[in-house]
Design a protein around this ligand. Sequence first.
Ligand code: NAI
Length: 247
Amino acid sequence: MILINKNAIVTGGSRGIGKAIALELAANGANVIINYSSNKEMADKAVEEIKAFGVKAMAIQCDISNSDSVNKMIGLVEEEFEAIDILVNNAGITKDNLLMKMKEEEWQQVMDVNLKGTFLMTKAVIRNMIRQKQGKIINISSVVGVTGNIGQTNYSASKAGVIGFTKSLAKEVSGKGIMVNAIAPGFIETDMTEVLREDIKEKILNNIPLKKFGKPKDVANLVVFLSSDKSNYITGQVIHIDGGMAI
Ligand code: NAI
């Protein structure tokens, strides 16, 4: 139980990688707050599963791309839990298209959720962490934020932006006992990747040295490590978890 009595926020924690992260943090003793954009039922179910580990849990409706919504959520979290020890900026979206065909809305929506959402959530919790002189911020980037990918100029730019954000913030707050790291997952089996065509999945698999796709739990295990005291000398890093895809 390396996270006992820690309070963690996981954005997009009701499904996919975020849910696996929420459950693994809870399994290690942390209280977990998740947000959801529209599906309350799914979020409530996730809260029940988190509580089964004997920790506190809460789901709050919040659009991370909207500052009023984010500030309201963090206000509620502070009322209920006071300290915020861990923030996992996991929520993200894709709107894939070739640049020639990409609509301005497709560019903007992806930037607003993936990059601005990370900024808004982090800004909303940072004072709390500075007051406590400790904190762990983990930003979920992507392998394509490092390598790029056809049809994902918007998504890759947002995830590369998350890496620059991570490194800059790590430098800003290292003197306050706060560590900020990014994780760059490769292909992880979730709803986000489920929609890809079989032939595309096959092509991706051929480029993975470990010859298998990742599971949400693989990412969750790394988040637990980065949330714990076991990683106290690591900050400003981008840790790849991709079966060797980006070697
Ligand atoms: P998912 O689509 O299953 O889940 C995304 C979550 O984000 C959902 O819970 C959704 O409600 C939430 N969300 C979306 N827009 C939101 C908004 N405006 N406000 C609040 N919440 C919002 O995706 P998945 O696969 O679990 O991905 C999680 C993270 O991991 C994302 O940031 C994604 O970009 C990243 N990632 C995923 C990879 C994969 O292979 N699945 C690979 C690399 C990175």
